[in-house]
Design a binder for this molecule. Structure first.
Ligand code: PLP
Length: 417
């Protein structure tokens, strides 16, 4: 292969970024010592107001992270020891691990082998009499088949927790993810489309879920300000149950800027990433992210491609990735493994002294979740966190780098034949 790598252009700056106005606002608050609130801080208040309007829901609660949103959601559904909660294996760990804090048992289900979407049939097959809730993740921004999930949940009278951490603004049938289950959870941290550095949101139309949520992370001032006198959650709200999960006001200030520009940025990002997909679809051995009709990916958190070695002379995944890197493509194997390949899901004894889920908690081997195992082993991530602005020339160079690796694979096979 040529010695000069195909990619010579730099990647655009990585998301997130902020305006001078936001930086000034944060600076003013820092200099005034206006950096905490036990009740509802004005920036937090504006953020929650935005969320209620944007998602069209009755209640929005800002929390300290997406993980905190999920913990709060599970708490507010009253889940605990003896309760099984179905969660996807192909997700980020926080979709499931807060259940350990509550003594409940996460039970994993498989995903579609190409899109990482929930495999609804597999999900249904894992329901038992102890199943008390279903968790779904809109992975990489792709909405799960919520019609099917909701049908299953309704038939059993159990709630659905949507993990929309990666799917800000994603839609299915024109409806926004996070609003399609009983309670929706978003992360507003790190490199999410709306980022306060750290932060999260819980959204719901269920007043009881919302009121109970206040007792987990927003005890005392905030909860007592809001809970009606006759709420059954008022007395416990005085002390709460050990979580301090309030969003930092400065995080809310940062996030607010991204809220205002969300839809426009989704539009730009979608066109940039679809441009990447157009280029990749020239190569039969790569399957770019597939977005079924009727769905949009919103923030597209993560851009993952499935590599099919059998269509590239059997070149193994590590070698393919290595050759792409030599062409200066910023590609990598995904850093988060499916949950069944991680320690808490392979070992019964978690070493958590208070954790007694009552009864047997399932542990897993790869064969239990074969589609996720297969998908993960062939997934390659592209540098989507840098792809928030048009980058046609760079993406052309990415295509050129891939073409060179393909030519090399062909050349090597011909020499062997
Ligand atoms: C699917 C999913 N769920 C939950 C989380 C947790 O969010 P946070 O990092 O804000 O706690 C993330 C974070 O990346 C995520 O991707």
């Amino acid at each position: 292969m040529k010695s000069q790598p195909a990619v010579t252009l730099p990647l655009p700056p990585a998301w997130p970024w902020y305006s001078e106005e936001t930086a000034d606002r944060v600076r003013r608050r820092v200099l005034a010592g206006d950096v905490f609130a036990f009740g509802r801080d004005p920036a937090v208040h504006r953020l929650e107001q935005w969320a209620r309007e944007y998602f069209g829901v009755s209640h929005a609660l800002a929390v300290s992270s997406g993980t905190a949103a999920l913990w709060t959601a599970f708490h507010s559904l009253g889940l605990g020891p003896g309760d099984e909660v179905l969660v996807p294996t192909y997700t980020f760990h926080a979709t499931a691990t807060p259940l350990f804090l509550l003594g409940a048992s996460p039970v994993l289900y498989d995903c579609d082998p190409l899109t990482a979407r929930a495999d609804v049939r597999d999900l249904e097959s894992r329901i038992t009499a102890s199943t008390k809730a279903i968790g779904v993740t809109h992975m990489f921004g792709l909405p799960a088949d919520m019609e099917a999930v909701s049908r299953i949940a309704r038939a059993r009278g159990i709630p659905v927790v949507e993990d929309a951490a990666q799917a800000h603004g994603a839609t299915v049938g024109g409806r926004k993810t996070g609003t399609l289950g009983t309670v929706g959870c978003l992360s507003l941290g790190g490199q999410k489309m709306i980022s306060g550095g750290m932060g999260g949101l819980l959204i719901t139309d269920d007043s009881d879920v919302y009121q109970r949520a206040l007792t987990m992370g927003h005890a005392h001032e905030r909860a007592l300000e809001e809970l009606p006198p006759d709420s059954r959650w008022r007395a416990p709200a005085e002390t709460g149950f050990g979580g301090n999960l309030r969003m930092h006001p400065l995080s809310a200030e940062l996030a607010l800027e991204h809220c205002a520009s969300l839809d426009e940025r989704i539009r730009v990002r979608t066109s940039v990433l679809e441009g990447l997909s157009d280029r990749l679809s020239r190569f039969p051995f790569l399957v770019p992210p597939q977005t079924p009709a009727g769905c949009t990916r919103g923030g597209w958190y993560g851009y993952k491609v499935v590599y099919r070695p059998e269509l590239l002379s059997g070149m193994p995944v590590p070698e393919f990735v290595d050759l792409l890197k030599r062409q200066a493509l910023r590609v990598a194997r995904p850093s988060t493994r499916p949950l069944h390949q991680t320690w808490p899901f392979q070992n019964r004894d978690l070493g958590l002294p208070g954790y007694d889920p009552h009864g047997s908690r399932p542990v897993y081997i790869d064969a239990d979740l074969p589609q996720a195992t297969e998908l993960y082993s062939h997934t390659i991530g592209f540098p989507d966190k840098h792809l928030h602005v048009p980058a046609d020339d760079l993406l052309d160079q990415y295509a050129e780098g891939i073409a060179r690796v393909a030519d090399y694979a062909l050349y090597r096979r011909e020499r062997k034949d």
